[in-house]
Ligand binder design. Sequence first.
Ligand code: SF4
Length: 229
Amino acid sequence: MKNVQQAMGDFFQRLKKDGYNPDNISPALHTVEKIVRLEQLRRHILTCTDCALCERAEGRVPGTGHTRTPLMVVGEGPGEDEEDWGLPLVGISGSLLTLILSKAGIHREDIYLTNVVKCRVSDEKGKNRTPVREETIACSKYLKMELELIRPRVVIALGKVAQQFFFPEQKTMGPHRGNVYDFEGIKVVPTWHPAYVIRQRGDDLLKAKKEVWHDIKVAVHTLQELLKA
Ligand code: SF4
């Protein structure tokens, strides 16, 4: 397969020779390179067998969305619907997330969504379970590559698995959710996973809804301030 970086270098020389302005060529080639690299990453994930999760998983679920977005949402891993449809955050919790984001003025099509783990994590009875550390470590290389390629300004980390990908020293979600943390120059706001909100009832449900709404508004406000600066 052609080396992407080398190909972009060749394209640059060719277009320059044909009289195009180098200042315009570079950003165009940068965009093309990013699209190619994300597609290569997607194909790689789709055939990955790097950990035991691939034995039970019926498909891999790479990230998806806008490639020039300043906002990325990172969840834990695909559930049954996500595995079926091959897309992250499209089940009931993804639908709730889409609803909350749209209330905050964020259109889902304008952002990038992904998970820490790209295969469904289930137990022997086929029920979702939390990935163990070895599984998140095996798969987190893909999220690192997505972060490098998309380079978001703000990340919303949904749930403890996503939170601990960025900040392994944070052992619980409660004291940290809704705060803005720095991860290699990216602002990260942890919040409850929508699946957690859906599981709540009564006063706990009201509290979780209020907290997630607060945290999403913090993330959106942080992004707006960064884009203004
Ligand atoms: S969970 Fe990640 S590392 Fe493990 S097989 Fe699936 S894609 Fe590969």
